[in-house]
Design a protein around this ligand. Structure first.
Ligand code: HEC
Ligand code: HEC
Length: 364
């Protein structure tokens, strides 16, 4: 190839390279960060400090906006369903149903977990498909059997609401309302939805021997002992705090009919055959308030959960090795274990209920 031709090709690729760089520069959205004073989220007895992502420090403005959005049915396509429809403060932030109903009463496929303490999960959803609370909130908005809307549709609707527009500008500075800002606010509000200081916490971390009944104290022993309930191997209790989850995925034998799974769970995310029917260990905090239980809502009360574990679940090839029959537990031990779970009902912060819409929509 003649030298001038080579030079020409080199120059041309340099120019194209520069143009591509410029294009990507102007097309990469600049992340929005809250501009207000960062607030410290108080944690109740028994819980560790809340993990906070570097690009979304909580501020009074974003938390308050998140609370408004959480209770606002405008997020759903026909203004009928809010986050609180399925994560209702009256029901321990669940919906009390076997599986959730979204827009038009359509049936979902899984049971609604509590939002309380979800800030501590390292991955969100029963199958861990969302990496954090910010991304989690994109799921229900766009899910056809939940809010059946689109992220764009939500942004368009909120942008027509002057109160929202000015509140978002107060929280993030001037600029368009984006779904990134919406999800950051919802996530910051969720990071304040913490529940601890239960009878268990007062007994175990507060050293108040009278906080739990003798039956609950005995139930805690059964819960922890690897040769008895062995529950703690997954529903973990730490030295300084307890999340009652290991943040890992296990197949405990729920949702199998004749050895066939009705929901592949974690397998859908990782495509690892060994994770067929595995779901993330749920927290047991406030478990008394969050019936029915399990990812498919198939167990209607704590008594049924106890009977399930006594019988070691449905046998299947991927059953976790920590799950085995507990039929050797005495009647007393079974009763005490159930009583212990009732000691996990904690306090709920006063400012996570529905905002007084009219008043809070007024821009101060
Ligand atoms: C129609 C009912 C419904 C609506 C509306 C809904 N959710 Fe959920 N939510 C669920 C169900 C069901 C799951 C579990 C789904 C799964 O794991 O596949 C879930 C999971 C979650 C989780 C994960 C918790 C965990 O244990 O991993 C969080 C957090 C959450 N929702 C918050 C929200 C927020 C915020 C909104 C509003 C933007 C919302 N949800 C709207 C039903 C709903
Ligand atoms: C191998 C780990 C593991 C062990 C051991 C274990 N669990 Fe679980 N637990 C889980 C997982 C995973 C789920 C959710 C399973 C599903 O939905 O498919 C769960 C669900 C539950 C639920 C329902 C919670 C809800 O919100 O739906 C309760 C209650 C519970 N476990 C109590 C116990 C008790 C009591 C013991 C001891 C007898 C125990 N667990 C032992 C992993 C474990």
């Amino acid at each position: 190839m003649p030298a001038n031709r080579v030079l020409y090709m080199l120059c041309l690729s340099a120019v194209i390279g520069c143009l591509l760089l410029l294009y990507s520069h102007f097309n990469t959205p600049v992340p929005s960060t809250p501009i207000g004073k960062v607030v410290q989220i108080p944690t109740p007895l028994g819980l560790p400090p809340v993990p906070i992502p570097a690009d979304n420090p909580p501020t009074a403005e974003t938390i308050a906006l998140g609370r408004l959005l959480y209770y606002d049915a405008a997020l759903s396509v026909d203004n009928t369903v809010s986050c609180a429809t399925c994560h209702n403060p009256q029901l321990g932030f669940t919906d009390g149903k076997r599986v959730s109903n979204g827009v038009g009463g359509k049936n979902g496929v899984r049971n609604s977990p509590t939002v309380l303490n979800s800030a501590y999960f390292t991955l969100q959803f029963w199958d861990g498909r969302a990496p954090n609370l910010e991304k989690q909130s994109e799921g229900p908005v766009a899910n056809p059997v939940e809010m059946a809307h689109s992220l764009k549709g939500v942004v368009q609707r909120l942008s027509q609401e002057p109160n929202y527009v000015s509140r978002f500008e107060k929280a993030f500075g001037p600029g368009p309302l984006t779904y990134e800002k919406v999800e950051k606010c919802i996530a910051s509000f969720e990071r304040t939805m913490l529940s601890g200081n239960s009878a268990f916490d007062r007994y175990y971390y507060g050293h108040d021997q009278t906080a739990m009944t003798p039956s609950q104290i005995h139930g805690l022993d059964v819960f922890r002992d690897p040769r008895k309930g062995n529950c703690e191997s997954c529903h973990q209790i730490g030295e300084k705090y307890a999340l009652f989850t290991d943040n890992r995925f296990h197949n405990i034998g729920i949702g199998f009919v004749n050895g066939e799974t009705t929901d592949p769970g974690r397998y859908l995310v990782t495509r690892n055959i060994r994770e067929t029917g595995a779901f993330r260990t749920p927290t047991l905090r406030n478990v008394e308030l969050t019936a029915p239980y399990m990812h498919d809502g198939s167990l209607k009360d704590l008594k049924q959960v106890m009977d399930f574990y006594i019988g070691a679940g449905s046998s299947n090839p991927y059953l976790d090795k920590e799950i085995h029959s507990l039929d050797f537990l005495s009647r007393q031990e079974r009763d005490d274990l159930l009583e212990f779970m009732k000691a996990l009902t904690g306090s709920i912060p006063a400012n996570v209920g529905p905002p007084e819409t009219a008043a809070s929509l007024v821009v101060q």
